[in-house]
Design a protein around this ligand. Structure first.
Ligand SMILES: C[S@@+](CC[C@H](N)C(=O)[O-])C[C@H]1O[C@@H](n2cnc3c(N)ncnc32)[C@H](O)[C@@H]1O
Length: 220
């Protein structure tokens, strides 16, 4: 299971990279905004040489990040609470913005996500948001232990998506474009070296845990 967890994290990373590269094709100078970055290096891996990279997380995480991975050229580490939307003022999105949250929205309530998405749509017209989410079963059975370990005992209001229609109608400026399976939506698991148990777990994650990557566009 631990090995599968690591592979899952790697697939999520590849999914995000696919989405960023796709957006940068049409907006080479865009802001690439990592929401809840941790020590993740996605922005640098996705760097096309002209985009601007922003890594956002809580102040203690950014402090460690600055020590371990100081910001490079065209890169900024921003200490913030994502629920305080003043971080949006620090993003130069004049030439577009692709914002992504990998393994982050599970820690927010549905209302917090809705408020943040509506605010982002207002601030970043023409932008793209990419995030992963689990369904209710995934939240209650798979995520519960992790959330409890982080002191989040009441998980009842935390964000999950059982059906993509739950993400629609939030704002006329927000359009849900794609919903792709986390493990198999972007890349086929057809390499013969992938173990049978991992293929089985990938199907389980898609069908029961409803682990998906969602892509939204913000209208201009
Ligand atoms: C599971 S980690 C994922 C890290 C990274 N995205 C990755 O894929 O490796 C979740 C991250 O979200 C950050 N986070 C959670 N809630 C946040 C908030 N309200 N504001 C800023 N960062 C937050 C945490 O500090 C943590 O670094």
């Amino acid at each position: 299971m631990y090995q599968f967890g690591a592979l899952e994290g790697a697939m999520r990373e590849k999914d995000m990279l696919w989405e960023i590269a796709d957006y940068l094709k049409g907006h080479p100078n865009a802001a690439v905004v990592n929401l809840g970055c941790g020590l993740n290096m996605t922005g640098r891996t996705a760097d096309n040489g002209t985009c601007r990279i922003y890594n956002l997380d809580f102040p203690d995480v950014i402090k460690s990040r600055n020590e371990l991975i100081p910001a490079g050229e065209r890169e900024e580490n921003i200490a913030c609470d994502l629920n305080d939307f003043s971080w949006m003022d620090q993003i130069d999105a004049g030439e577009g913005a692709v914002l992504y949250a990998a393994g982050v929205f599970h820690y927010f309530t549905t209302q917090q996500i809705k408020d943040m998405v509506i605010a982002m749509a207002g601030r970043f017209p023409g932008g793209r948001l990419v995030f992963d989410a689990v369904g209710k079963f995934g939240r209650d059975k798979l995520m519960k232990g992790t959330l409890k370990n982080m002191g989040m005992n009441d998980i009842s209001g935390l964000f999950y998506v059982n059906d993509a229609s739950e993400l629609e109608g939030w704002s006329p400026k927000v359009k849900l474009m794609t919903k792709k399976s986390y493990m198999q939506g972007y890349y086929k698991l057809d390499d013969p070296n992938i173990k049978g148990i991992h293929r089985f777990l990938a199907k389980f994650c898609d069908n029961l845990a409803k682990m998906y990557v969602y892509q939204m566009e913000f209208t201009t």
